[in-house]
Design a protein around this ligand. Structure first.
Ligand code: SAM
Length: 268
């Protein structure tokens, strides 16, 4: 089957088997993707479901369900101190490609950016486009920016355990080692819906260009955040979230899909 283009739709647009299309979506399908009546695309609802749909005049008909398995088996929330300029937009794109579930922008003590409210809509659109591009079934949620202390208070509600604070200096254990220790917990199938929603989730916080203040590190530790390292080099504020998210994906996926044939590490 040829590769089909993807389009995110809201649940309210589905009156099975029909999908109503907004004017913007009709424009996108016909003018940007160059599709016409009778052509097919994949509609995703951003919450894990997808369908092959065929374009009719101003709507689309659902033809069949698409089974998709590109999602990580855990819910990952990144608390990201807003970097300067438009760096946060790159962070959203890249961590969406790596499988993040939710991004909470932070206003920490050394955050320089003061975002305007309309940014949130733009950030959510960037997450949607990145999710479509990387063929994900879930569109990550981008929350409104909050103060660091407020995010710490919310963290326990999102995930009762497994909170990590990335610190650029000191002798903190590597995030990779911490994630490996959690491996069994992460990859054990949930026993109850509560397990699925809360037990298999983790939170990782990364700081701004100037780093965390000592007070912020103390506050986070008091809220059961484990300080962790991402290696011996100091990463840029826009690089750290991507590295953290790559480690989460690698730990989940390298164990989930064991190599079918032994890997030969020596050259022939
Ligand atoms: N001068 C700052 C300091 O000493 O903390 C550097 C901050 S760094 C540019 C921005 C953020 O990226 C840090 O607050 C931290 O969350 C994360 N980060 C950068 N390098 C890291 C590393 N090697 N290990 C863990 N976190 C790191």
């Amino acid at each position: 089957m040829p590769q089909l283009q993807r389009l995110a739709i809201a649940a309210s647009q589905i009156q099975y088997p029909q999908i109503t299309l907004t004017a913007d979506q009709q424009h996108y399908l016909s003018r940007v993707l160059r599709l016409s009546v009778g052509d097919q695309f994949i509609a995703i609802n951003g919450q894990g479901q997808a369908w092959i749909a065929e374009i009719a005049a101003d709507a689309a008909q659902i033809l069949e369900v698409v089974e998709m398995a590109p999602e990580l088996p855990i819910v990952t929330t990144l608390l990201v101190a807003l970097p300067k300029g438009t760096g946060f937009e790159d962070v959203i794109r890249q961590v969406t490609e790596m499988g993040v579930t939710c991004i909470q922008p932070l206003l920490s003590q050394r955050t320089l950016l003061k975002p305007s409210l309309h940014k949130l809509e733009r950030w959510q659109r960037i997450a949607q486009e990145a999710a479509e591009q990387s063929e994900r079934a879930v569109i990550p949620t981008i929350l409104a920016p909050v103060a660091f202390s407020a995010a710490l208070a919310l963290a326990t509600q999102i995930s009762p355990t497994h909170h990590y604070l990335c610190v650029a200096r000191g002798n903190a254990p590597h995030l990779l080692d911490c994630l490996r220790q959690s491996m069994n917990w992460m990859l054990t199938p949930p026993q109850t819906p509560l397990d699925g929603a809360r037990g298999r989730s983790l939170i990782i916080a990364t700081g701004p260009e100037g780093g965390w203040t000592d007070l912020e590190i103390k506050q986070a530790i008091a809220q059961k955040f484990q300080p962790v390292s991402l290696g011996k080099r100091v990463l840029r504020a826009v690089t750290a979230p991507l590295v953290a998210m790559s480690l989460v994906a690698a730990v989940c996926e390298s164990r989930q899909q064991p190599a079918e044939t032994p890997v030969n590490l020596r050259h022939p």
